[in-house]
Design a protein around this ligand. Structure first.
Ligand SMILES: O=P(O)(O)OC[C@H]1O[C@](O)(COP(=O)(O)O)[C@@H](O)[C@@H]1O
Ligand SMILES: [Mg+2]
Ligand SMILES: [Mg+2]
Length: 336
């Protein structure tokens, strides 16, 4: 037998998401498999949205839907498409009793009354980049319900607070499609293998570098930024850090997670309470970053300590490498 050919033959393809989830589940004696199934349902919808995103220009799922969502934002066709895909997958999966989506005014009761989980979701993040072929994503947050199993979900199920999340993650539809999530035991990343239709383990233990070369914010809002934010950004520039801003939260966040850096969406004149939504953007990304060794803040304290009051509540978001966050907070403290 020619050894070289044996070494090159049948290269292992890696650990599928399914297998990884099963192994992780086996580590928890009390695990019932419901959360595992929920993660699979999200991954399935993610695969379909990956396909829809990839061929949007051919299938005509581009452009505006000609209607607004509860945020007063123009809905893109892919926003609506992705929303339908995730709701359907979670409804059919049977584990989520209710869903809160960026694209829906109120809670969606799935009819899975026995379901023990609720999901808050941003089905398509980075809507302004959809039609220009720039990376976009999906962001999700999972809670164990506090309402009685067997009945409808309630507001309280979604307003438990960021530290009550039992899992959170995102799917990035970029140069490759990746699923990144945490169940409170570190952060793990999977890459989608198109030809096999499977997510494979590619990043077993993601941690953010203590600092990094990147600051990320929409400087078009510069004149609205609080003084301490401008002072911090000025120092970043004096240190010749690089400004990087895709305009898709998931893509900017993902880059910084790997290179080290800081993402800032401060209050602006247009969004005095901040632009990004607490329940399906800020909380899930804050849980992930803390699990990866970074920090997330509102400007008034840790993001995960914010007590949510409304489904589509917004807040400022500052998130990234611990050392950069510490110096931003020092700037803020000095400005008081
Ligand atoms: O255009 P701006 O003001 O910089 O805002 C961009 C931000 O808004 C968002 O597009 C908001 O998310 P959605 O696309 O899900 O509404 C973020 O992805 C992005 O970081
Ligand atoms: Mg978003
Ligand atoms: Mg969105």
């Amino acid at each position: 037998m020619n050894l070289t050919s044996e070494n090159t033959l049948a290269q292992p393809v890696g650990t599928t998401l399914d297998r990884y989830i099963m192994r992780a589940q086996a580590e928890f004696a009390y695990a019932t498999g419901e959360l595992s199934q929920l993660l699979r349902d999200l991954a399935l919808a993610g695969k379909i949205v990956h396909r829809d995103v990839n061929r949007a220009g051919l299938t005509g799922i581009i452009g505006s839907m000609g209607q607004q969502n509860v945020q007063g934002e123009q809905q893109q066709r892919l926003d609506v498409e992705a929303n339908i895909r995730f709701i359907r997958a979670l409804r059919n999966g049977g584990e989520a009793c209710a869903i809160l989506s960026e694209e829906e005014d109120d809670i969606i009761q799935t009819g899975n009354m026995k379901g023990r989980y609720v999901v808050a979701i941003d089905p398509l993040d980075g809507s302004s980049n959809i039609d220009v072929n720039v990376s976009i994503g999906t962001i999700f947050s999972i809670y164990r319900r506090v309402s009685a199993v067997g009945g409808p979900a309630t507001r309280a199920d979604f307003l438990q607070g960021g530290r009550a999340q039992i899992a959170a993650g995102y799917i990035l539809y970029g140069t490759s499609t990746m699923l990144v999530y945490t169940t409170g035991h570190g952060v793990v990343g999977f890459t989608y293998e198109n030809s096999l239709g499977e997510f494979f383990l590619s990043h077993p233990n993601i941690t953010i570098p203590a600092t990094g070369p990147v600051f990320s914010c929409n400087e078009g809002n510069w004149f609205d930024y609080p003084e301490y934010v401008r002072a911090f950004l000025t120092r970043c520039k004096q240190q010749r850090m690089s400004g990087r801003y895709v305009g898709s939260l998931v893509a900017d966040y993902h880059r910084n997670l790997f290179t080290g850096g800081i993402y800032l969406y401060p209050p602006t004149a247009k969004n005095p309470a901040g632009k990004l939504r607490v329940l399906y953007e800020n909380f899930p990304l804050a849980l992930l970053i803390e699990q990866a060794g970074g920090r997330a803040e509102t400007g008034q304290g840790p993001m995960l300590d914010l007590e949510p009051t409304d489904f589509h509540q917004r807040s400022p978001l500052f998130v990234g490498s611990p050392e950069l966050m510490t110096s931003l907070l020092a700037e803020s403290a000095a400005s008081v």
